[in-house]
Design a protein around this ligand. Sequence first.
Ligand SMILES: C[S@@+](CC[C@H](N)C(=O)[O-])C[C@H]1O[C@@H](n2cnc3c(N)ncnc32)[C@H](O)[C@@H]1O
Length: 225
Amino acid sequence: MARELHDHWFKEAKREGYRSRAIYKLSEIDRKRHLIRTGDAVLDCGCAPGSWMEYAAQRTGPDGSVVGIDLLEMVPLPGRNVHVLLGDLRDIGDEELLAPAGLGGTRRFDVMLSDMAPNTTGHRDTDHHRSMALCELVLMRSGSLLRPGGHLVMKAFEGGNFQELVQRIQDCFEDVKAMRPAASRSVSREMFIVAMDRRADAELTLPPPPSGGPPPVPDDWSRGS
Ligand SMILES: C[S@@+](CC[C@H](N)C(=O)[O-])C[C@H]1O[C@@H](n2cnc3c(N)ncnc32)[C@H](O)[C@@H]1O
């Protein structure tokens, strides 16, 4: 709390009435990469307490829609086209995510965001591998949730398997960059992978077992317990 009271982005979020300082990470990424457009349908994975949804709803406007999902309950957001689902991204089917935005069949999201993070343990490798499992989950789900030409942003904790993940994403998207927004804390090892223009022929396959990490059992990695 003491750290937050002295934090520039925390104060800024309070002053502007946003739910979290995280909004400034997405706004910087969007300003630099032009991710979200008026009328877009956006899926926000790991949306609580809701500042990315606040930002996305402002950007998409009344003709767009924003669907968020989180393990944690959050205070509802205003807006006819803003929907929050409570649950684990691993357990909620495509139809349940697409339907609130009026999508389904061949109509999918224009933009998919993930600020999901595991509960951190303080053990670098463990936190990295759990974060990688969440990223793999998001990448796999983007195969059926994101339209060809759509954009994907995901948070990842850096570590030994980070570059391999970036390469796998490069196979599926035309333009992939790793960014570290100014609002990321200096002590954090988070990076944001920003992937533009999903290839129509992207082939999403399960990742190879990580080097130096546990076997690829996403259930163990990403629950964060
Ligand atoms: C850093 S917070 C997101 C902050 C949010 N972007 C904002 O601007 O308010 C990460 C969230 O990811 C959620 N999360 C982690 N694993 C998840 C999963 N498997 N399914 C859904 N949500 C998950 C956590 O509950 C947590 O609320």
